[in-house]
Design a protein around this ligand. Structure first.
Ligand code: DON
Length: 303
């Protein structure tokens, strides 16, 4: 596996230069684009890696999977009245659909949906940021994981679009807490810094019927795990979810920091990272690497 990952790194590194580092969050624009990493974590606890797999990066929207898992643990089925389970076919930060669908976001992974999930977690926890951070640290088995406060502050300063979504949902009655407080917690989660090994390990429970072996915790039930994986497969890559399913064939979630996690149910969890993004805001070299990996091992869940 390590040899395969090294050969995939060789294959996709030349793509660096063809994408664009996210710059709508100014603190992310300073990242060195010439970086690549991949880590694979097997259900029996082995780590395989290539590239800068111990280099931290901003997890951004990958954090939405942690917040969704936390919300599912603490809310019943009624939570799905506030957020849908359908692909949006729109960019992750689109406002248009939210207006004509009366403030109910299509799914928990577009920004509007993640903001509703953050609102639910805000209602549930005395200190939502602390709850999220402890949850992530436990799942990754790494007590040193932190929020990059510079990135979080930059996101808050340039919050206009996310704030618009949250206030629009509040106008429709789909937002319970103070918008600015929820935005702070949402950005603190997006601005968490982790590396590929941390992330592959943290999401191993999604490859293992909800069970996190390294900390002996049933994080979600097998059924809840299948639900999260189905949402990842249909909405994890926004308006590129269809072609990701077609080419990679795995549940996955991207972030504008250039990270992507992917789940091979019952076998592996994977994280890939390269900061340059394509037009949909997903890592360009990262998608190419996952495609090569999935194809060479025949990992597609679609057969
Ligand atoms: O709210 C935002 O726009 C960012 N904190 C997260 C967006 C993101 O990562 C979209 N993913 N590709």
């Amino acid at each position: 596996m390590n040899e395969l990952l090294a050969s995939i790194e060789q294959k996709v590194r030349p793509l660096i230069g063809q994408g664009k580092v996210a710059n709508y969050i100014p603190a992310l624009a300073n990242v060195n684009p010439n970086q690549f990493a991949i880590a694979v974590y097997s259900n029996d606890g082995q780590v395989f890696q290539a590239g800068q797999a111990s280099t931290n990066f901003s997890i951004q929207s990958i954090s939405k999977v942690f917040s969704l898992a936390l919300a599912i643990k603490h809310n019943g089925e009624e939570m799905w009245q506030r957020v849908g389970r359908e692909p949006s076919g729109n960019p992750f930060n689109s406002l248009a659909q939210l207006e004509y669908e009366a403030g109910v976001p299509r799914n928990p992974f577009i920004n509007a949906g993640a903001l509703v999930i953050s609102d639910m977690n805000q209602s549930r926890f005395a200190s939502p940021h602390y709850a999220m951070r402890e949850f992530i640290r436990r799942l990754a088995d790494n007590p040193n994981i932190r929020t990059d406060k510079v990135v979080a502050a930059s996101e808050y300063e340039f919050r206009a679009r996310n704030a618009s979504m949250a206030y629009l949902m509040k106008a429709f009655g789909n937002f319970d807490n103070d918008v600015e407080a929820v935005l702070h917690n949402y950005f603190d989660s997006c601005a968490v810094s982790m590396n590929c090994i941390d992330l592959a390990k943290a999401f191993s429970f999604l490859a293992n019927k909800g069970y996190s072996k390294h900390n002996n915790e049933q994080v979600l039930t097998p059924k809840e795990t299948a639900h999260v994986n189905s949402l990842l497969a249909t909405s994890g890559l926004y308006d590129e979810a269809g072609s990701f399913a077609y080419h990679v064939g795995l549940p996955g979630k991207s972030g504008v920091g250039g990270g992507i996690i992917a789940i091979v149910p019952n076998r592996f969890s994977v994280c890939v990272w390269s900061p340059e993004l394509n037009k949909s805001g997903n890592s360009l070299a990262g998608i190419a690497a996952l495609e090569a990996l999935s194809e060479s091992i025949g990992w597609s869940v679609f057969g």
